[in-house]
Design a protein around this ligand. Structure first.
Ligand code: PEP
Ligand code: MG
Length: 607
């Protein structure tokens, strides 16, 4: 559709993936597919010229990706492994050698031969059952598209070349696109394609950049330079707004910014209820680079350091030394505050290119987390060595994921004991009194919590998985997402049971699932007796503010009443009623969306 023919549409609604309001001019990014024409080559000279064209286009694509990787903004470096995957695809013989062979054997042009290679790879991918791996076909397609553009001599507009303050509008953005967004210029982006867990959505959150995906037709309605209002909280895009709309949204934007900065200013105050209960609020992190933001937002230590990143980002397994340096730095920056390092939680649909994990029919119930570590003892030991060695440099705690019963815990502790002996014999320093805990996230662990409590220093309740396993709903399956209910009486009873057992055993109990970051859950968790919360860094200021408005006594009374309620929605309505007008204030400022309590962060893809 030519720009003059663009339809007049005023408002569109898509999937809001990263909050914030922006008002600015559109910049259309053309990522339309390159048209491929079939061409038969008549002589050997043409064949070898075509092979050379392909090799050059491939080489150029590699250089372009490497450049994007080098220029990637700090906040999204953790996603660089996707670009490594793209480089690996280009080196894969099914992609490169196969294309060259097809040019030579079928005497066809490079574009057509590449198209055939991609079709062959697509065929292979359709046979894969694992949904996550199956979806990785998009990476092959992105790479192919880039090579095709190079072959066509089409200018590849890289987003870091954008020098004006604009809102990017595109049909779709590839990982290389989102990795090269110039964060000081680009205000946000909106796309026709993409879903809640698409790569672009995850990147927008890491970049703290308002974004809406899944708008389907926005590129049909917007010109380069069209004025737009993008509301990343509601998913609304207003095209060519009138003065009234601009003023309304400017006001909304201002209110939100004022409120947010007032909350952040207060984030260093302790999270203490009006009647004096001090709650420890700590951060969930996935990489070293997040530590500073966590401290800035008022985290009193790290309650959950997810350690999968080092294993997922490249095809080589990390060395003990690399892990040690990383953990040591986190521990040093946060000392004397604690850093709870969780051992590897791979498997499920967190799959590493460096590990030959067999395909499983039910990955969430398969060789995941501690089960995997107990199978791969060498790998487990190298991580334990790194964690223990780092414990000499700060306040490190160790935590095992997915413990389902005592035997697993004893096995893990036995291996930990062996590693300690090894370090002793090598005269390497570590904290001999390091606190060891378990994630309570499998319903059976709740049932035998009294037994586990005798063998650990603390519990940390992982509600993301506890909800998944207790309510039998796959946490990454959109079809049953409506059943993902933190307020389900079964979940509240499970949490209560763990807290009671921990109280009797005199061990501490934290909660580190997404529930910890939901303001509506705060009074329930406090009333149940949780005294440590660990949550996404961005939520810390809000949760601290909420806690400062609560009374422990009143929360306990509320919990009494809640345990007489029978359904998740009754609990929810009750708590919403109790928490007005604070909720109103948070909602008005777009800081929470408590009307739609889908647990967005609960996916296994942490981004
Ligand atoms: C949980 O399951 O609640 C949790 C915090 O762990 P993860 O989300 O990493 O599985
Ligand atoms: Mg978990």
């Amino acid at each position: 559709m030519s720009s003059s023919q663009k339809e007049k549409v005023k408002k569109l609604r898509g999937i809001a993936v990263s909050p914030g309001i922006i008002i600015g001019k559109a910049r259309l990014i053309d990522r339309s597919r390159v048209k491929i024409l079939y061409q038969y080559l008549v002589n050997d000279q043409q064949v070898s010229r075509e092979v050379d064209r392909f090799k050059e286009a491939l080489q150029a694509a590699k250089e372009q990706i490497a450049l994007v990787k080098n220029k990637m903004p700090e906040q999204i470096r953790k996603h660089a492994f996707i670009l490594d995957t793209h480089l690996m695809i280009m080196d894969d013989s099914m992609f490169s050698n196969a294309t060259i062979q097809t040019i030579q054997s079928e005497k066809i042009n490079a574009e057509w031969a590449l198209k055939k290679s991609v079709q062959n790879i697509e065929k292979l991918f359709t046979q894969i059952e694992d949904r996550y791996i199956k979806e990785r076909i998009v990476d092959v397609q992105y790479v192919a598209e880039r090579v095709l553009r190079n072959l066509a001599g089409k200018e590849q507009e890289d987003l870091f070349e954008i020098k004006e303050r604009v809102i990017i509008v595109a049909h779709e953005l590839s990982p290389a696109d989102t990795s090269s967004i110039n964060t000081s210029k680009v205000m946000g982006f909106i796309t026709d394609g993409g879903g809640r867990t698409s790569h672009a959505a995850i990147m927008a959150q890491s970049l703290k950049m308002p974004a809406i995906v899944g708008l389907e037709t926005v590129t049909h309605h917007v010109h380069d330079g069209t004025l737009l209002i993008v509301d990343g909280q509601t998913g609304e895009v207003i095209i060519d707004p009138d003065d009234e709309e601009i003023i309304f949204y400017q006001e909304k934007q201002l209110q939100r910014e004022r409120f947010e900065s007032s909350i952040i200013r207060l984030s260093h105050l302790p999270a203490e209820t009006v009647d004096g209960l001090r709650v420890a609020v700590r951060a969930n992190i996935e990489l070293l680079e997040e530590v500073v933001a966590a401290k800035d937002n008022g985290a009193e230590g790290i309650g959950l350091y997810r350690t999968e990143y080092h294993y997922l980002r490249s095809s080589d397994l990390p060395k003990e030394e690399e892990l040690f340096e990383d953990y040591k730095e986190v521990a040093e920056i946060l000392a004397p505050d604690p850093v709870t390092i969780r051992t590897l939680d791979l498997g499920g649909d967190r799959v590493s290119a460096g590990l030959a994990l067999s395909k499983e029919t039910n990955p969430a119930l398969g060789l995941r987390a501690i089960r995997f570590s107990l199978r791969e003892v060498g790998l487990f030991k190298s991580q334990l060595r790194a964690i223990l060695r780092a414990s000499a440099f700060g306040n490190v705690q160790l935590m095992f994921p997915m413990i389902s019963g005592l035997q697993e815990l004893l096995d893990a502790r036995r291996i930990l004991g062996e590693v300690m002996q090894e370090l002793d014999s090598e005269s390497l320093e570590y904290d001999r009194h390091i606190k060891v805990g378990v994630m309570v996230e499998v319903p059976s662990a709740v049932t035998v919590a009294d037994i586990l409590a005798r063998h650990v220093d603390f519990f940390s309740i992982g509600t993301n998985d506890l909800i998944q396993y207790a309510l039998a709903i796959d946490r990454v399956n959109e079809n049953v997402a409506y059943m993902y209910q933190p307020f389900h009486p079964a979940i509240l009873r499970l949490i209560r049971q763990v807290v009671e057992v921990a109280g009797k055993a005199e061990i501490s109990v934290a909660l580190c699932g997404e529930m910890a970051g939901d303001p509506l859950c705060a009074p329930i968790l406090l009333g149940l007796g949780i005294d440590e919360l660990s949550l996404n860094t961005a939520r810390i200021p809000i949760i601290k503010k909420v806690i400062r408005t609560l009374s422990l006594q009143e929360s306990k009374n509320d919990v009494e009443k809640i345990f007489h309620l029978e359904t998740a929605s009754e609990v929810r309505d009750f708590i919403r009623g109790k928490m007005q007008p604070l909720l109103k204030e948070l909602e008005q400022k777009d800081l929470i969306d408590s009307t739609n309590n889908r647990n967005k962060g609960a996916s296994l893809h942490h981004g």
